[in-house]
Design a protein around this ligand. Structure first.
Ligand code: ADP
Ligand code: MG
Length: 326
């Protein structure tokens, strides 16, 4: 890549960064009338679709370590946003990035862009604009996706009798966070580079009555579905999907606690009426899904074990602005 005019000792200025982003971007979508470079981007939404929009901020030393590989920072910043699109059943289209950096270091930016654009390309997403400011390291990404009119998966549609499912396995990212440098590669990967469940979210449009992505822990996130849908649930703790690696690195009880209350898994939790369970297996063939409980009328979340006794959850999940997990 040609050196940028004005770049001194690998440190860029704002407009050089914008040029650099334009050089690195490889996705060019038909629905982007005007991308990076003007005061606004101009975009076309296909007819018959609604625009799903979500925004997330990642702050250094809260969501990631300042010294972390910038590839993983760029990757995860987009992955957590994509996970919200997945939870609505949306098809990703565009992303904007507001970056606050202490200094624009070329080497840092190059790795950051590799992580960001590698994931964006996987989903055909185009970077259409953003903002760049000097300050303590943080980033805010806004993602945009399409969902056919009336087909979005909301938190509010769960009905008594619906079965509760999750994708993938839970608790792995939570243990990786606890083990830090000692975490086995498989678990560390889950924490650093979560896989947004886009294809599954889109496949669920015709079967799920509600959905949410698991970012703050299953118990906390499922509770959002329950509150919005004005229902309750009973969850079978022994059915929680746990990876072999997770179970070899901690006790079953701890693994279950992590699966219920640790954040960062970015799997989907969703509800399906019993009449649509066969359709679910057809539509999600090839995706690992597990039925973990059932929606009922009694408000609140009940956690039970195989012998019918109550499971004692130590903490509910992560919340900002509380000194510890609540
Ligand atoms: P303005 O001052 O009019 O807000 P800027 O000078 O901030 O515009 O940005 C110029 C162009 O570069 C805009 O199209 C903007 O969207 C884009 N841009 C700025 N920073 C970023 C970034 N971090 N990522 C992507 N696009 C950016
Ligand atoms: Mg302007």
């Amino acid at each position: 890549m040609k050196p940028l005019i004005g770049e001194v000792n690998g440190v860029m200025r704002e407009f050089e960064l914008i040029d650099y982003l334009l050089q690195r971007q490889r996705v060019a979508r038909q629905d982007v009338v005007l991308g990076i470079g003007d005061d606004c981007a101009l975009l076309e939404i296909p007819s018959g679709y609604e625009l799903a929009v979500s925004i997330d901020t990642l702050v250094a030393d809260v969501h990631f370590a300042q010294q972390q590989d910038p590839y993983d920072i760029g990757y995860k910043a987009l992955a957590v946003n994509l996970s919200d699109l997945a939870a609505m059943g949306a098809d990703p289209a565009w992303v904007t990035v507001a970056l606050t950096l202490p200094v624009i270091e070329r080497a840092w930016l190059a790795r950051f862009c590799s992580g960001l654009f590698d994931l964006a390309e996987k989903f055909g997403m185009q970077l259409i604009g953003g903002d760049t400011t000097a300050g303590p390291l943080s980033m805010t990404l806004q993602v945009h996706g399409f969902v056919p009119k009336g087909k979005a998966l909301k938190r509010s549609g769960a009905q008594p009798g619906d079965l509760i499912y999750v994708t993938g396995v839970l608790g792995s990212a939570g243990l990786a966070l606890l083990l830090a440098e000692q975490a086995p590669a498989e678990l560390a990967q889950r924490l650093l580079r979560p896989t947004p469940q886009i294809a599954t979210g889109m496949a669920l449009r015709d079967v799920a009555t509600s959905a949410i992505d698991i970012s703050d822990g299953l118990a906390a996130d499922l509770s959002h579905i329950l509150a919005r849908s004005q229902v309750g649930a009973t969850l079978q703790v022994d059915r929680l999907p746990l990876s072999e690696t997770l179970m070899t690195h901690t006790s079953i009880l701890h693994a279950q606690q992590l699966a219920l209350s640790a954040g960062d898994d970015y799997e989907l939790c969703f509800t399906v009426p019993p009449a649509k369970v066969n359709l679910l297996s057809t539509l999600t063939a090839g995706t690992y899904t597990t039925c973990i409980g059932i929606i009922d009328k009694n408000p609140g979340l009940r956690l039970v074990t195989n012998d019918g006794s109550e499971f004692n959850l130590e903490k509910l999940g992560y919340q900002h602005f509380s000194n510890s997990c609540s």
